[in-house]
Design a protein around this ligand. Structure first.
Ligand code: IPE
Ligand code: IPE
Ligand code: MG
Length: 246
């Protein structure tokens, strides 16, 4: 029987196990207030912890957030530099809190293009939270779905060339083991804020059967209440995966 999620059930019944979020709208939020775009990014970053810490009550075990895409390098040099500095500060400031909240932090995306300092902090955050068994927070930083699949194909080809992998063994089970997300289940629900109805190169392979929510709220206005409502809505959806349900 399909039970709808309600505030009473805490969203646990038929709730999504893995929610992925495209955190969009920081720039517009700031501009609407006559402030620089970076002010919006800082306000947006402050929203992350409360969303992550609301996950256990909602039955969400994995939350993956899009922080910086492989296409975001096209922005002005000052916005990119400001974002990189925000990521460094964010990791330094938040990691103790995540350890305390039992949140395991991991990163996906191409790290090689990030600066040494940021890369070091990312490694440190992953190590520090390695033993945490609560919510799994995955941060997509310099992430692009096409870039990820291309990098995976390269490693796969290397394994075939060296004889470690037979071309016949390549299937829907093998390929995802080469993706950055090899440690994650596929997302059940993908949320995008800010009113744009596109996925902008996020989790292309992994979201093949995800449910989507495109909402108008700008990311700095995204509260745990808005998040909880989307989780409850999800429970009413009928995921058929190509089959027919009664
Ligand atoms: C999302 O907010 C954050 C990043 C892409 C880094 P935007 O910066 O894209 O905000 P808008 O879309 O311009 O409002
Ligand atoms: C997607 O947002 C990337 C992140 C949220 C990090 P963008 O604002 O970069 O996407 P487009 O340019 O509107 O497609
Ligand atoms: Mg945007």
């Amino acid at each position: 029987m399909l039970l709808a999620n309600t505030p009473e059930t805490g969203g646990r019944v038929n709730g999504p196990r893995h929610v992925a979020i495209i955190m969009d709208g920081n720039g517009r939020w700031a501009v609407a207030r006559g402030r620089p775009r970076l002010f919006g990014h800082h306000s947006g970053a402050r929203r992350v912890r409360e969303i992550v810490t609301s996950c256990p009550d909602l039955g969400v075990k994995y939350v993956t957030i899009f922080a910086f895409s492989t296409e975001n390098w096209k922005r002005t040099q000052s916005e990119v530099a400001g974002l990189m500095s925000l990521f460094r500060r964010y990791i330094m400031k938040e990691m103790q809190a995540f350890v305390k909240e039992n949140v395991r932090v991991r990163f996906i995306g191409d790290r090689l293009k990030l600066d040494d300092k940021l890369r070091g902090l990312m490694d440190e955050a992953e190590e520090m939270t390695q033993q945490c068994t609560g919510t799994n927070l995955t941060i997509a930083l310099n992430y692009g779905g096409r870039d990820e699949v291309s990098r995976a194909a390269k490693r796969l080809a290397t394994d075939v060339a060296s004889g470690r992998l037979s071309p016949d063994a390549i299937d829907e089970e093998t390929l995802p083991k080469y993706l950055d997300t090899y440690f994650l289940p596929d997302p059940d629900l993908v949320i995008r804020t800010s009113g744009e109805a596109r996925i902008s190169n996020f989790l292309l392979w992994q979201s093949a059967y995800a449910e989507y929510e495109f909402i108008d709220t700008l990311w700095p206005d995204f509260t745990p209440d808005v998040f909880a409502e989307l989780i409850w809505n999800y429970g009413a959806r009928d995921r058929r995966y190509g089959a027919v349900t009664a």
